[in-house]
Design a protein around this ligand. Structure first.
Ligand code: SF4
Length: 441
C-alpha cells in the first residue's frame, strides 16, 4: 500500500483506502459520499476497456472543457474514447448512498473501474468501493437537426439528465497565456476535439437549439434547467457585442418555451443595466464566476479578466447583480484548488482555506451563494498537468463552505435539483451533497 506524504506533490496523486478512512474519521460534519466524490474528481478515473462494454450509456459530450487529465488524442481508440459523462456509485466498502460523479479520464488514476460479476465497480487498492451505474441516453439523442447536427453536440445534458448545457460559443477571446485563465482549456479543448474528428460547433445556431428544445419539451421529464455559456467576447461575435450575442439565446428560448425550464447564465460580470437585460429575457440564475478569491492570485490566474475588467470591479459587479436577480440567485463559481497551484499558489492548505473562506464569508454574508467546481489540471492549460491539491484541502473546503452556508442560514441554491446525500446530481463538486448533513459520531 502506498504511503501518502502530503508535502510531496507526486504523493498527492495517490490515494488509498487508509487515507479515505482517515478523512472519514476526521471530517465528521461532511458525508463520506462527499469525501470520496472529491477524491475521484481530484484524481480522475481509469476505465478498464471491458467495463465500457456493459450496455449503452450517455458518453462524455465534452460540454465545455476537456475535464480530462490527458490529451484527447491519448485516449485509446474504440471503447476507451467513449467513457460515461458521469458515474453513480452506491454500496461498497463505505456503504455509500447513490452519488453522481463527473468523469475525468486519467489512465494513471488509482481509481479503477472494472467488472465484478458482470457489473462495473469502482475499485481502489483492490477494495470494492461500490457498484456503478452509467447515465442513460435521453430518447431525443437519436434525432438529428435539419442542419444535420447531433442533439448531444448542440444541447447535451449533464447532472444525470437534469441540466441542458449550452456552450453557445466554444472558444474564448481571452487568448494565449497572457489572457486565458490559467486553468482553462476551452480553446485547447475546441482544437483537440476538432483535430480528433468530433463534430464540434464553434458558435451554435439558435435555430438548432430551438429544434432540440422542441424534442426535449415533448419527450423529456428529467431536464429542468438550461445553462447558457461560452467564452468571453471582447470585441464582437457575429457582429454583436458580448451582451447582445449571449442575450439572443435566452430571449428566443423563453419566447418559444416560456417558463418551461429555468434559465441560467454563466458569463463575465456585467454591470447592472446589462444584468437587467438578461433578467428581463427570463434568466433566473446568474453565475459571474470569480474563479479565485485572493487578489494577487486573481491577477496571475485570470490575467485577461484582470486586464479587461479588474478584480475589484468584478467583485463589485457580482454584488450589484444581486439587486437584479436576488442574492441567492447569484451563484458565482470559483475553481476549488487552483489557489494551491504551482507556481503562484499558496504553499499550505491552511493559507488556501483561510483565503477562500474569506471570500465565502464576504459573499454569503450578503446572501450571495458562491459555489465551486473541483480544479482539473488539464494538459495544454497555462498551469498544465500538475499534482493538484491533496484530499485534505477538499475536506477542509467542504467543511468551511457548509459552516458558512449554515451560519447565514442560506436557502438551497436554486437550479441544482434536490440537495443532500443520495439526491444531489451536481457532479463536478460535492457542495450540493453536504447540504443538510447532520454529521456522524
Ligand atoms: S473567461 Fe477564462 S474561464 Fe472563461 S472561457 Fe475564457 S479563459 Fe476560460
Amino acid at each position: 500500500m502506498a504511503t501518502i506524504d502530503l508535502k510531496n506533490p507526486k504523493s498527492r496523486q495517490i490515494s488509498t483506502i487508509s487515507l479515505l478512512e482517515k478523512m472519514e474519521r476526521h471530517y465528521k460534519s461532511i458525508p463520506m459520499e462527499a469525501i470520496l466524490k472529491q477524491d475521484v474528481l481530484r484524481l480522475g478515473i481509469n476505465f478498464s476497456p471491458e467495463s465500457l462494454l456493459s450496455g449503452d450509456f450517455k458518453a462524455k459530450d465534452y460540454f465545455i472543457f476537456s475535464f480530462d487529465h490527458i490529451p484527447v488524442a491519448d485516449l485509446k481508440s474504440g471503447v476507451q474514447y467513449k467513457t460515461p459523462e458521469e458515474i453513480k456509485i452506491s454500496g461498497g466498502h463505505f456503504n455509500l448512498d447513490p452519488t453522481v460523479i463527473s468523469t475525468r479520464n486519467n489512465p494513471s488514476s488509482p481509481y479503477l473501474v472494472k467488472l465484478i460479476e458482470n457489473k462495473p465497480h469502482l475499485v481502489l487498492d483492490e477494495i470494492d468501493l461500490g457498484v456503478l451505474e452509467f447515465p442513460p441516453i435521453p430518447s431525443w439523442y437519436s434525432h438529428k437537426t435539419k442542419s444535420g447536427k447531433l442533439p448531444g453536440e448542440i444541447a447535451p445534458v449533464i447532472e444525470w439528465g437534469y441540466l441542458i448545457y449550452l456552450t453557445v460559443f466554444r472558444n474564448c477571446q481571452y487568448f494565449g497565456k497572457d489572457e486565458e485563465c490559467a486553468y482553462c482549456d476551452i480553446n485547447h479543448n475546441y482544437r483537440q476535439q476538432k483535430n480528433n474528428g468530433r463534430p464540434y460547433t464553434g458558435v451554435k445556431d439558435i435555430e438548432d437549439i430551438l429544434e432540440v428544445f422542441s424534442w426535449i419539451d415533448a419527450e423529456d421529464k428529467i431536464a429542468k434547467v438550461y445553462t447558457i455559456t461560452g467564452g468571453s467576447v471582447l470585441t464582437n461575435l457575429k457582429k454583436k457585442n458580448e451582451v447582445d450575442f449571449y442575450l439572443e439565446y435566452p430571449t428566443e428560448i423563453e419566447k418559444k418555451f416560456p417558463g418551461r425550464f429555468m434559465g441560467k447564465l454563466v458569463a463575465q460580470a456585467f454591470e447592472k443595466e446589462d444584468c437587467k437585460k438578461f433578467s428581463d429575457a427570463g434568466i433566473k440564475v446568474y453565475h459571474p464566476n470569480y474563479e479565485v478569491w485572493d487578489k494577487e492570485l486573481f491577477k496571475k490566474i485570470c490575467p485577461g479578466k484582470e486586464a479587461w475588467i479588474g478584480r475589484d470591479t468584478w467583485i463589485r459587479r457580482v454584488v450589484d447583480s444581486a439587486e437584479v436577480f436576488g442574492p441567492s440567485y447569484v451563484i458565482p463559481n470559483f475553481v476549488g484548488g487552483v489557489e494551491l497551484s504551482e507556481p503562484y499558489g499558496f504553499k499550505t492548505v491552511k493559507e488556501a482555506i483561510d483565503s477562500t473562506s474569506e471570500g465565502l464569508e464576504f459573499f454569503m454574508s450578503k446572501g450571495i451563494m458562491p459555489r465551486f467546481t473541483a480544479w482539473c489540471p488539464e494538459p495544454y492549460t497555462t498551469l498544465g498537468t500538475q499534482a493538484g491539491p491533496p484530499l485534505e484541502y477538499f475536506c477542509e473546503l467542504l467543511t468551511s463552505w457548509k459552516n458558512i452556508f449554515e451560519k447565514y442560514n442560506l436557502p438551497t441554491p436554486p437550479g441544482y435539483g434536490e440537495p443532500g446525500v443520495g439526491k444531489a446530481v451536481f457532479s463536478v463538486s460535492a457542495f450540493m451533497d453536504v447540504i443538510g448533513y447532520k454529521g456522524r459520531a
